[in-house]
Write a protein that binds this ligand. Structure first.
Ligand code: SAH
Length: 355
């Protein structure tokens, strides 16, 4: 049997392994704390485990850490990490990217944020017309180890500053890789793991409807849904997923979610000049979101070579935001970061960067 990577295991899976090895269940949590919280590099160093258990772990599992092969620094403090993923165990080799984004709060007393934007897949199969990652197609799903590994590497690079927030807004569609993302979220939020509050983690989806209630039932993370259009004709043109899960089904699924008190769903809306940024679009968006605990995040389009779209002028974005606000819809404009290193939303295309 080839050895498995131990960072791919959920706690339940490691408990089953412990039971088969004649060890008590709680041993799994001790092992996981070494692997994730204490960051041991070697089973031999797990000093509160018996020598024979350490030998069995070493026989059955690998413990490999992901390290960036390249770090790019943007003028605004944004940093992009490039990883090469080896093609072991039948998996294809791949390249992925994460982005560290410092956000300095202007309000007195507010805490500065350091957000890490991570990838859930190498490439992406969703085909959104305005996204550079989509042009790569789907290379492969990431494993839980490859997802949490980005957080470990991002934290190490940021140290001594702590990473305060994690967003699944890098390459890939997280809900198309549900099981791995779910296991990674358990590891990221567990006390024996990375101990990140789920309130500081956001999963962004193109709108894979059946997986949305699952995510809300299984985790307590924040949900962001990429909308970017207000009619199905328009959305299907920009986001092919709309043909499978049209707006009505998507928004009904969001309305039916058992959201905790005070929690809101974020709807992301990429502002494409002359495409979806008019006053009529803003008014339709208000109507679509009626009855939803929603906030809208307007994302200025980040161009890339051959994109075929242009960014909305600032005044047009401001006008769009004003219409939403006048109708009681909470709306913010996302500040574009890291453009000079192709690290902004929708610009991640590691295959090209690596080539
Ligand atoms: N697949 C997930 C998460 C990755 S993309 C999703 O679609 O939500 C994160 C956000 O960046 C999405 O809202 C997406 O619509 C947006 N985006 C993609 N390409 C962009 C671009 N070129 N400019 C600005 N935002 C973009």
């Amino acid at each position: 049997m080839p050895r498995r990577e131990i960072q791919d295991l959920s706690r339940g899976a490691l408990e089953a392994w412990c039971a088969a090895a004649g060890e008590p269940r709680y041993r799994a949590t001790q092992i996981l704390a070494w692997v994730h919280r204490k960051g041991a590099d070697d089973f031999a160093r797990m000093s509160n485990l018996s020598r024979s258990l350490r030998a069995r772990l070493d026989a059955d599992f690998t413990l490999d850490r992901l390290a960036p092969v390249f770090v790019a620094d943007a003028a605004d403090g944004t940093r992009k990490l490039l990883f090469h993923l080896p093609g072991e165990g039948g998996a294809r080799p791949a390249a992925i990217e994460s982005v560290l984004i410092p956000q300095f709060e202007r309000e007195a007393g507010a805490r500065d944020r350091l957000t890490l934007c991570i990838s859930s897949q190498a490439g992406c199969g969703m085909g959104c017309g305005f996204c550079a990652t989509a042009r790569m197609g789907l290379v492969r799903n990431l494993s839980p180890a490859e997802i949490v590994g980005q957080v470990r590497a991002g934290r190490a690079l940021a140290a001594p500053r702590p990473v305060t927030n994690v967003v699944f807004m890098g390459m890939g569609e997280p809900l198309a890789n549900y099981e791995a993302v779910r296991t990674a979220l358990d590891i990221l939020t567990a006390e024996w793991g990375y101990a990140i509050s789920p309130r500081r983690i956001t999963v962004s989806t193109v709108g894979l409807v059946p997986a949305i209630p699952r995510l809300i039932a299984d985790t307590r993370v924040n949900l962001a849904v990429s909308l970017s259009a207000t009619t199905d004709a328009q959305r299907a043109r920009l986001m092919p997923v709309d043909r499978r899960y049209p707006l009505r089904a998507l928004l009904d699924a969001c309305r039916a979610l058992p959201l905790p008190r005070r929690k809101r769903i974020t709807f992301e809306y990429v502002m494409l000049g002359g495409e979806n940024d008019g006053e009529a679009d803003a008014r339709r968006l208000v109507r679509l979101l009626h009855g939803l605990r929603a906030k809208v995040n307007l994302i200025p389009f980040n161009p890339f070579p051959g994109a075929g779209f242009v960014a909305s002028p600032r005044e047009r974005i401001a006008r769009f935001q004003a219409i939403l606000r006048d109708h009681g819809v909470h709306a913010t404009i996302r500040e574009s970061r890291g453009q000079d290193i192709q690290a902004a939303c929708g610009q991640l295309a590691a295959a090209r960067a690596a080539a």
